[in-house]
Design a binder for this molecule. Structure first.
Ligand code: PEP
Ligand code: MN
Length: 366
């Protein structure tokens, strides 16, 4: 029998949001009272749950727009009063926390450049000790799940109960389609290790381009993320930060309309029967794969012994090159991607070397 996974919106217990997923939207930065209020008014019509705006901006270079500072908090309070939307702000230092708490900001988020620094995270945790406010922790800029979880743990040790994580992609040295690479295996691992922590996707900072936001958001929903944080600005082309990735309110409405908010599970009898049948086939296919790998490793061991007896080195670069090229070729002919075949065979080859090293050690002991 298939178990019914929990289909509830985890944010319900925080008393925010009403739909199946939490939708946070708003400008990258609050720039003026008119810009913020104008954006907020339009976003209400998009049915969002939380209004975001940065007022202290962690910019890569000095001399660029660094946010309006504490002055913007009053604008956020006004936007909330007018729209009834809860508001969320980025905090990076204890003084930011104090200013937000004083102004009654509803939720806080910690940015990628802060999560990465354990000293900053500890200072934030200390400033928040004993405070009951939801905090969203963006992933660190580097793909390190333990650093991300360490930041969460510092907050939870300070007594915070409402903590969620935000996947905003990871910095990479080389140019790519994405501004920040998604490395989806990391948020998936996060979900597996900590199913109790709600996870939100920020497709704006992953894509860096408004035209890619829909595709990244849809992928996140397909992976059962619990919500989205999307940058939206009343006039994106005039934005003082992240102009390229912000959506105009009507573009955001269109993205939200087109997104398929997948269910975690369907009770439909035809669906569950078909899925079970297909999964049985997958189980059989996996058994065949494991049997084939076992057989391959047995032969690898035999070759290891033979190389040892003849004093021949384990690594044979020419043979390895030939295997990799021919297997990638064979995979491509069957619609398996080059990247997949390369990773698969790298993994198999590394394991084969370990096996042969073990054979060599065994023989040394004899
Ligand atoms: C932001 O949300 O505007 C921001 C600065 O995010 P990040 O920390 O993901 O770069
Ligand atoms: Mn931004």
């Amino acid at each position: 029998m298939l178990k019914t996974p929990n289909n509830n919106n985890p944010f319900e217990s925080w008393n925010i949001g009403s739909g199946p997923k939490l939708i946070i939207a708003g400008p990258c930065s609050a720039e003026s009272e008119d810009q913020l209020l104008g954006t907020a008014r339009e976003l209400v019509a998009c049915n969002i749950d939380v209004l975001r705006a940065g007022i202290w901006k962690p910019r890569t270079k000095p001399g660029t727009f660094a946010g309006v500072g504490a002055e913007g908090l009053a604008w956020l309070a006004r936007a909330r009063q007018e729209t009834a939307l809860p508001v969320i702000v980025e905090v990076a230092t204890p003084s930011h926390v104090d200013a937000c708490l004083e102004q009654g900001i509803d939720l806080l988020w910690v940015g990628a450049r802060t999560t990465v620094n354990p000293f900053s995270m500890q200072a934030l945790a200390d400033a928040l000790r004993g405070v009951d406010i939801p905090v969203l922790v963006k992933n660190p800029i580097n793909p390190d799940i333990d650093l991300w979880l360490g930041a969460v743990e510092r907050l939870s040790r300070a007594g915070l109960q409402k903590i969620a994580v935000v996947h905003r992609g990871f910095s990479a040295a080389n140019e790519n389609l994405y501004r920040n690479r998604p490395y989806w295996t990391i948020p998936i691992e996060m979900k597996l290790r900590h199913p109790e922590i709600p996870i939100i996707c920020d497709p704006s900072h992953i894509s860096g381009d408004g035209r890619l936001v829909f595709a990244v958001a849809q992928k996140a929903l397909d992976l059962l993320f619990d919500g989205l944080m999307i940058e939206a600005h009343i006039a994106p082309e005039t934005a003082l930060s992240d102009a390229r990735q912000q959506l105009a309110p009507d573009q955001l409405a269109e993205v939200l309309r087109r997104l398929d908010f997948k269910r975690a599970y369907s009770d439909d009898i035809e669906f569950t029967t078909t899925l079970e049948q297909l999964r049985e086939q997958i189980d059989l296919a996996d058994e065949t794969i494991i049997a084939a790998l076992t057989k391959r490793m047995r032969i690898v061991d035999e070759i290891g012994q033979y190389k040892q007896k003849n004093h021949v080195a384990i690594l044979q670069p020419e043979r390895w090159k030939e295997i990799l090229t021919s297997r990638i070729d064979a995979g491509l002919k069957r619609n398996l991607s080059e990247r997949f075949m390369r990773e698969l065979y790298r993994c198999i080859h590394a394991e084969s070397i370990l096996h042969q090293e073990a054979q060599f050690k065994k023989d040394d002991q004899n």
